[in-house]
Design a protein around this ligand. Structure first.
Ligand SMILES: Nc1nc2c(c(=O)[nH]1)N[C@H]1C(S)=C(S)[C@@H](COP(=O)(O)O)O[C@H]1N2
Ligand SMILES: [Mo]
Length: 260
């Protein structure tokens, strides 16, 4: 339990930035008004969360919402229908042959089928997804906490980052196609709300939202939440992976720590 005064301070900060928060709670709807007005509000909200985390520490939980808050039409973004051959073959039979592989700097590399992941402890959370493009949606996610898997494989002392390799190649005119990937530091990887989700809004995760398994990292922006996860690797450093910045969008200039 966090100290009561921590919660009081959170309440103070929330009230201080109530305007931005209230407008963002509109959910999926694009906020009305000019683009710059939206950006201003988005920054106010970003400031709130950043301040909250600075005051409350690295374990602070992202806000969780109620069933009534769930967006009726959650936006699907980025890849929504991967055409990679391996992926199409897996999706053609309902991901029955799919297995999540977890390896790298671990004591016991392991793999899990979807059924096996579903048999592990799960967490359900209703959270708000904030995309860097300035829209937000609230959804309900169920999945296995990443920590459960990391504890089973046992991280070696040299492991400092967890890398997520995805099935989808993004069409990029400038650089040619590249596979989506992402990475987290250990604090976020072990956070209670960091889960590998196989259900969204009480349904089996569908292709647009990252089937069969997608990451939820509730204190960071949407691009950290890798969809179509195939393999997870513990590493010391991500400098030698693809563009070296720790993720598909990071390699193209986005922040590695996309805190909100
Ligand atoms: N594999 C993969 N993961 C991805 C993306 C992607 O294109 N490919 N897009 C990211 C971005 S920018 C966002 S906002 C979210 C969108 O998730 P959604 O489709 O569930 O809204 O997924 C993130 N994860
Ligand atoms: Mo995004």
């Amino acid at each position: 339990m966090r100290a009561e005064n921590g919660l009081d301070r959170r309440g103070f900060l929330t009230r201080t930035f109530a305007l931005g928060t209230t407008l963002l709670l509109a959910g999926c709807d694009q906020l009305s008004g000019s683009e710059s007005f939206r950006r201003l509000l988005f920054r106010a909200e970003t400031l709130t969360r950043t301040a909250q985390r600075a005051i409350l520490g690295p374990d602070v939980m992202a806000h969780e919402y109620t069933e009534a808050d769930i967006s009726p039409d959650f936006k699907a973004n980025g890849s929504t229908d991967p055409q990679d051959e391996d992926y199409l073959a897996l999706s053609a039979n309902g991901f029955q042959d799919w297995k999540l592989k977890v390896g790298g700097l671990v004591e016991r590399p392991m793999e899990w089928s979807l059924a096996e992941l579903r048999a592990l402890p799960s967490r359900t959370q209703i959270t708000r997804h904030d995309c860097v493009e300035g829209w937000s949606c609230i959804g309900k996610w169920k999945g296995v906490p990443l920590k459960v898997l990391l504890d089973k494989v046992g991280l070696k002392p040299a492991a400092r980052y967890i890398v997520f390799y995805c099935a989808d190649t993004l069409d990029e005119t400038l650089t040619g196609g590249a596979k989506y990937y992402e990475s987290l530091g250990l604090a976020d990887a072990n956070h209670a709300q960091t889960i590998l989700a196989y259900e969204m809004n009480d349904q089996t995760l569908t292709v647009p939202y990252g089937a069969p398994l997608r990451l939820r990292v509730e204190r960071q922006l949407g691009y950290k939440m890798a969809k179509y996860v195939m393999r997870i690797e513990a590493v010391t450093d991500f400098a030698d992976i693809d563009g070296g910045q720790g993720g598909f969008w990071e390699d193209r200039g986005y922040e590695w720590y996309a805190g909100i």
